[in-house]
Design a protein around this ligand. Structure first.
Ligand code: DX5
Ligand code: ZN
Length: 226
């Protein structure tokens, strides 16, 4: 079976913040499906990105859903603010959340899709007991905090293991890959079972970002029947 139903989510972290509206319009015009919005607090990760005023400005121009990746400690404090500033998908880090089940319920209560992100060192087995409560799992394929890092190949194994874990329990689960995604690894990620590819520097630093999104969207694979 052949498929190209996967989603592409350009990460605005790699946009030109002095020309943010221009870059948002580029994503609008492209074949991208979502805007990936990286919020960092300088505590959970060793970097600070941008906060809700900037997210709100993006939301005013964005014609596609905002997929918000919270790299912050105790994210429960900001779920309402995420919703109020335009989030449709809210993803929290397992490593930054004490009561994940409660947090996921709170995200859904707001009418958003609920996601959990796992750092490269975190086993997918740790989410076995909430897998039925999740809309999305974001597997970090770099250590979070910065764009433009090198892809960690062990991610392929994690995708396969997670797909196996979700089988029969949550067959609609979206597996998102975040960090170092390029045309060199996109096909292999999709073959392993990924549904959403986040790409920051590969899209925004490209000579032709719209064409680059198109190429990521057009990656076609042969799914082997299990
Ligand atoms: C990293 C962020 C990523 C980042 C991806 O902490 O979560 O979303 O923007 O950037 P690239 O695609 O450049 O690795
Ligand atoms: Zn991200």
């Amino acid at each position: 079976m052949s498929t190209n139903k996967h989603l592409i989510a350009p990460s605005v972290l790699a946009a030109d913040f002095a020309n943010l509206q221009r870059d948002v319009e580029m994503v609008n015009q492209s074949q991208a499906d979502w805007f990936h919005i990286d919020i960092m607090d300088g505590v959970f990760v060793p970097n600070i990105s941008f906060g809700f005023p900037v997210m709100n400005a993006i939301a005013k121009h964005a014609k596609k859903p905002l997929d918000v990746h919270l790299m912050i400690v105790d994210p429960d404090r900001y779920l309402q603010a995420c919703k109020d500033n335009g989030a449709e998908v809210i993803t929290v880090h397992l490593e930054a959340t004490t009561h994940l089940h409660r947090t996921l319920a709170a995200i859904k209560e707001l009418g958003c899709k609920a996601g959990v992100a796992l750092n490269p060192h975190t086993s997918v087995q740790l989410i076995k007991d909430v897998i039925q409560d999740l809309d999305l799992v974001c597997l970090m394929s770099v250590n979070p905090g910065f764009g433009g890092q090198k892809f960690i190949p062990h991610t392929y194994n994690k995708i396969k293991e997670l797909r196996q874990l979700a089988r029969g329990v949550n067959d609609n689960l979206l597996i998102e890959i975040d960090g170092g995604v390029t045309l060199d690894n996109a096909a292999q990620l999709l073959e392993a079972g990924a549904d959403v590819l986040v790409a920051g520097s590969f899209v925004f630093n490209a000579a032709d970002p719209i064409d680059t999104v198109q190429k990521l969207k057009d990656v076609d694979i042969n799914i082997k029947q299990a």
